[in-house]
Design a protein around this ligand. Structure first.
Ligand SMILES: Nc1ncnc2c1ncn2[C@@H]1O[C@H](COP(=O)(O)OP(=O)(O)OP(=O)(O)O)[C@@H](O)[C@H]1O
Ligand SMILES: CC(C)(CO)[C@@H](O)C(=O)[O-]
Ligand code: BAL
Length: 252
């Protein structure tokens, strides 16, 4: 059975007893899907101990409605963790993580300001701060992140390098539904019709059109488009379907 740990003090005791065992860590905000499961499976196969965290981190939400509507599914999540033989679920509350009430934060001043960072002010400060805190608490050897959140993944790699953090970041490929939509917790917020409409996003992202053409075509279809950009041999984008913001990227 996956053991639920809510308190840092309780985890510290467990961590002290792990001796030389390898520890893999999968940070999440819950509402788990097969994308998360792919990270968990990799961690379970690579490490002797796997820790998953579920913490809907308020400091990375620039939009209070987005935070309030963020899907939460604790019971189903717990079943999924058990079915993968995850050893520990770290499930802290706000006060446990933000004992400073977010007076201290970690920022990156360049890459975090473009792409998603341009449209979600403060988002990556919140992400980097919470990931640093979680790393300092869990003290994993390896941590697993998905390529769907490509900018997040690169910023976390940069943070580890900048602060000489001895944690290996494992980059995991995007898991898609059979129809091509990248799995995302926020997909649960789409109506059936919106979900069908959302399929235009991955379809156009992977087309051989230019980023400008893709931007225009998505707008003409009725998407609100934050950006379509290319970097590192990838085309990345963020769009709104109704109130739901989706991100995705493909290799080009
Ligand atoms: N489809 C996916 N394939 C691979 N990894 C994924 C996928 N979706 C999410 N992840 C990874 O799971 C980790 C936790 O992500 P998170 O809990 O925010 O889920 P999410 O589905 O990305 O939710 P959101 O709706 O916030 O985008 C991140 O490292 C993220 O990149
Ligand atoms: C890395 C993370 C768990 C930090 O809250 C979150 O941004 C996510 O789920 O991708
Ligand atoms: N997976 C990224 C979390 C967020 O959108 O806040």
């Amino acid at each position: 059975m996956t053991r639920i740990i809510k308190k840092i003090s309780e985890w510290r005791k467990v961590r002290n007893e792990t001796e030389n065992k390898s520890i893999g860590f999968v940070p999440t905000m819950g509402a788990l899907h097969r994308g998360h499961e792919s990270l968990i499976e990799k961690s379970v196969s690579d490490n002797e101990i796997t820790v998953v965290s579920i913490f809907v981190n308020p400091t990375q939400f620039n939009d209070p409605d987005d935070l309030q509507n963020y899907p939460r599914a604790f019971e189903k999540d717990y079943e999924i963790l058990n079915s993968h033989n995850v050893d520990y679920l770290f499930f802290p509350d706000y006060g446990e993580i933000y004992n400073d009430n977010y007076r201290y934060k970690l920022s990156e001043s360049e890459f975090s300001k473009i792409l998603c960072g341009k449209f979600r002010p403060g988002h990556f400060d919140g992400v980097l701060t919470v990931v640093m805190k979680l790393f300092n608490i869990i003290k994993p050897h390896k941590a697993y992140f998905g390529e769907k959140d490509y900018q997040q993944l690169k910023l976390i790699e940069g943070m580890c390098k900048a602060f000489f953090m001895d944690i290996e970041i494992i980059q995991c490929p995007i898991v898609r539904d059979v129809d091509g939509l990248a799995l995302s917790s926020r997909n649960k917020l789409l109506s059936e019709e919106e979900r069908k409409f959302a399929l235009n996003f991955p379809r156009l992202l992977k087309s051989d059109k230019s980023k400008e053409e893709i931007f225009r075509e998505l707008e003409n279809l009725g998407f609100k488009v934050d950006y379509i950009e290319e970097m590192d041999g990838r085309r990345l984008g963020a769009v709104y379907v109704g109130n739901v913001r989706l991100i995705d990227n493909v290799k080009i």
